[in-house]
Design a protein around this ligand. Structure first.
Ligand code: NAP
Length: 295
């Protein structure tokens, strides 16, 4: 391996420590803790793990966590009523409705119902639009974490060629917007892209957000490029169990790239750290406080 491994766990731990100080400052300034409400509908085990991890991280950062668990057969109207209650609750600065939702509920309608200034996932169309025009927005946590890792690794990203593989509203598109904001030259690739390896070979920065295990190969990578692997895929392991791999063939790519995020331990830990960051940003804006430097 020649590439530097980008340590997302260390970066997230450092950020969370800083956020805990900001949370203390918020508490001291306003007399209340910043608060994040999470909503989980149904019993999906993976979603349950994510939501509990988010609640625990929120409390560890010195913020209040309000967790709401609803049964799998919850009607859309009942979920919308809960969202309306959380919108009106002054102790709640951020609202996170864990996706995916059961089939009887229209996710887009639920996301649209969240007050944009509490939309800490950054999925509301108002925040999407604000990000697109470069205005003050709440930005989706995973791409925000990727940019944090990139600027920490490379410093100024201005002028670099970036290829984002994947065009989802959650990762690919906001990722591309953020890189554009950093003055990269950005290409968004997707399932219809012709000759994807040749497109990726142009890139100084590759962000893979596809959901296909180890799709990005070593000979796709320009020597020295920085590779951010967003993918989380569970595949069979030799011992009959399963293991997590990214969208990038790590061993091959690490022989060519300048730096690469591992899976696990790369982008994943940054997502929760950025959720805490977004909650504090929302709390400061709602309280009319200036954001601390660099938040
Ligand atoms: P998604 O909504 O399924 O989008 C996948 C994107 O990949 C689509 O735009 C699709 O193109 C593109 N794609 C699929 N096959 C392709 C191919 N053969 N060549 C090129 N592009 C292809 O997925 P997502 O929500 O963005 O998530 C992507 C991955 O990131 C998943 O593994 C997910 O688990 C992971 N993830 C991780 C975190 C984290 O915290 N680390 C957070 C969110 C997601 P089309 O649009 O043309 O179909």
């Amino acid at each position: 391996m020649t590439a530097a491994s980008i340590d997302g766990r260390a970066a997230a731990a450092a950020l969370r420590e800083r956020l805990a100080h900001v949370a203390d400052f918020f508490h001291a300034s306003t007399g209340r803790q910043a608060g994040l409400a999470t909503v989980l509908v149904g019993e999906d085990p993976a979603s349950g793990v994510y939501v509990r991890a988010k609640g625990k991280a929120t409390r560890e950062a010195g913020m209040q966590s309000f967790s709401h668990q609803l049964p799998a057969d919850t009607r859309e109207g009942d979920l919308l009523d809960l969202v309306a209650k959380l919108n009106a609750d002054d102790h709640v600065d951020g609202i996170l409705v864990q996706l995916p939702l059961p089939a009887q509920i229209d996710s887009a309608r639920v996301i649209d119902a969240i007050a944009p200034d509490k939309d800490v996932d950054g999925f509301h169309v108002v925040n999407t639009g604000r990000l697109a025009v470069g205005a003050e927005a709440l930005v989706p946590c995973t791409p925000l974490g990727c940019v944090h890792l990139l600027t920490q690794q490379l410093g100024d990203l201005s002028g670099l060629e970036a290829v984002v593989i994947g065009r989802s509203n959650i990762v690919g598109k906001p990722m591309a917007m953020l890189l554009l904001g950093e003055s990269c030259t950005v290409t968004i690739a997707h399932s219809r892209t012709r000759d994807l390896p040749a497109v990726v070979r142009r890139a100084d920065i590759v962000v893979a957000a596809v959901g296909r295990p180890e799709m990005v190969r070593g000979d796709w990578i320009k020597p020295g490029a920085t590779v951010i692997d967003v993918g989380i895929n569970r595949v069979p392991a030799n011992d009959g169990k399963t293991r997590l791999v990214g969208d990038v063939a790590f061993d091959e790519v690490a022989r060519v790239a300048g730096a690469i995020t591992p899976v696990p331990g790369g982008v994943g830990p940054m997502t929760i750290a950025m959720l805490l960051r977004n909650t504090l940003v929302a709390a400061h804006r709602r309280a009319g406080l200036n954001l601390p430097e660099g938040l």
